[in-house]
Design a protein around this ligand. Sequence first.
Ligand SMILES: *Cc1c(COP(=O)(O)O)cnc(C)c1O
Length: 386
Amino acid sequence: MEKKYIKLVKFIQDLYKDQNTVILHAPVFYGKEKEYLEDCIDTTFVSYVGKYVTKFEEMTAQYTGAKYAIAVVNGTAALQIALQLAGVESGDEVITQPLTFVATANAIVLAGAEPVFIDVDKDTLGMSPAALRSWLKKNVELYEKNGKIQPVNTSTSKRIAAIVPMHTFGHPCRIDKIKTIADEYNIPLIEDSAESLGSFYKGRHTGTFGLAGIFSYNGNKAITTGGGGMIITNDEHFAKQAKHITTTAKVPHPWEYYHDEVGYNYRLTNVSAAIGVAQMEKINDYLANKRDTAEKYALFCAENGIEFIKEPEETRSNYWLNAIILKDRKERDAFLEYSNARGVMTRPAWHLMNKLVMYQQCQHDGLSNSKLLEDCVVNIPSGVRL
Ligand SMILES: *Cc1c(COP(=O)(O)O)cnc(C)c1O
């Protein structure tokens, strides 16, 4: 292995001196988490009723600039519900990217549809608007049905029901261009912004460009609630529906139990939301700390001839997970081997979705950038430092 990578491992160990094994993204709780959790227990509001869920939703709406935020049990559930409310039905197709966490593709299938994988851009690691346009041009025509313009895949005769780009590792993709194309084809846009809480594209928060966006608060994300998710939207009807369907479709009433459709129990507990409120109170500190780490990595990598992935132009990334690009799979594996053996957690990007057994039959557009990134990208430790 080249000397510069040995130096990098040493550099990471120095950055995270306080950790014996340097975790990829350990959660931190420097705020009022314990105080709020104690409040939950003292007041007995540990379950689905309590003030923290509403508070967490309000803080998220305010922080992101979205009009509405609906807390749910996890990010996968958030995406599934967002897709269903966007009109995704059994037998539809939904366009996404192959370079993503499996939850993106799973949520599409849970909503009844089949994913179609479109390549990513090399600099943003997110869906490529050029690749998207080119695939749509080749495969999709607009038909009128029931007085509505429907985008239909001419080779499968299936409707394209949504486009789901993902902001990889927190770096915003070219979301305004994707939005323009989605509008041209009359396809709803749902952003998988699970990784990009605190990331902005041209000053606007990720997740607010389409009909809805979602966040995840899994333990390794930028902030955590143990496990949790959020749907954000500017559409009042969509927001009301999202709250209703994720809370067992119960019609609000002080004592009556009346439910007007089959609903989900996708509610977030007050306990999780209490942690979320405390985390949101500290989010600016945490993101400043992570940005400082990213700047240190960028400088080190520039000085040592290592390719470091920086936030794309005109964006502000939360730098959820820092990443470097190695020469090829062989060099990547040698680095993974070396760093992990020395207690520095590193990992490759995900296996591309179209290579997983359940998604091997799905349509894709060749995916040349995704394949390259799958071979060469490595995430390096990125959690908040003491
Ligand atoms: C984390 C994540 C999700 C949601 O994960 P949950 O564990 O269900 O909260 C969805 N999409 C992407 C890209 C993610 O990274």
